[in-house]
Design a protein around this ligand. Sequence first.
Ligand code: NI
Length: 262
Amino acid sequence: MRQQPESLTVIDSHAHLQDPRFAEDVEEVIARAIQGGVEMIICIGYDLESSRAAVELTRRHREIRAVVGIHPHDAKTINDRVLAEVWDLARDPRVVAIGETGLDYYRNLSSPDEQRKGFRAQINLAKKLGKPIVIHDRDAHEEVLSIIKQEKAGANGGIMHCYSGRLPLAVELMKQGFMISFAGPLTFSNAKKSVEVAARVPLDRILVETDCPYLTPEPYRGKRNEPLYVWEVAKKLAEIHRKSLQEIAYITAYNTRRVLGL
Ligand code: NI
């Protein structure tokens, strides 16, 4: 199923193809994406195992790049040995950033203190490696920003993934060197606030992502999400910014390449 004209391609800047929900058919999911014009998929780790699996996927598919790191949910597992393995994995040239890291005070699966420590440690690791960072922030906007500022986390650039905050925070993040990435929730009927924010983020700072298998965009809500559906986020942004889908696909792919050094 090719949804778009032949020449039109887009990048999914945040996918979890190594999630168990893709165990049965990941190769078909990847083939569908490529055939549908998704030129590159950035596969994001959330613990050691999924980080290793992300690197493994880059060996089988030249359209995939990996990001390795430990999600705030798993911050309690971070120790020197874990960080040393993230470091080792990250030295692979197909690993383009560290993450996803950050703070999640909504689910609090690790204590705030463990999350802050893990976040700072991974920022420092990214800085030593000279790589950008991919940040997850849920209900922790102020603290995420203050740690970013203190640690100069945007020194090598970074991505704020699945952005759900307000405009002033987005402006601060952009000042710190971050790209703002939008996902499926932008297409939901109750996304008025996010739509207003997305309208004000300049086009040279916007990325699109699926965060699959989660956050399935309209009109596929209720189904498992997959990289092909990143087109729905791009279509929504095209509508919001009154641009053609071609322009949005082109510029978001360009921005992704620029921040991740692809
Ligand atoms: Ni994610």
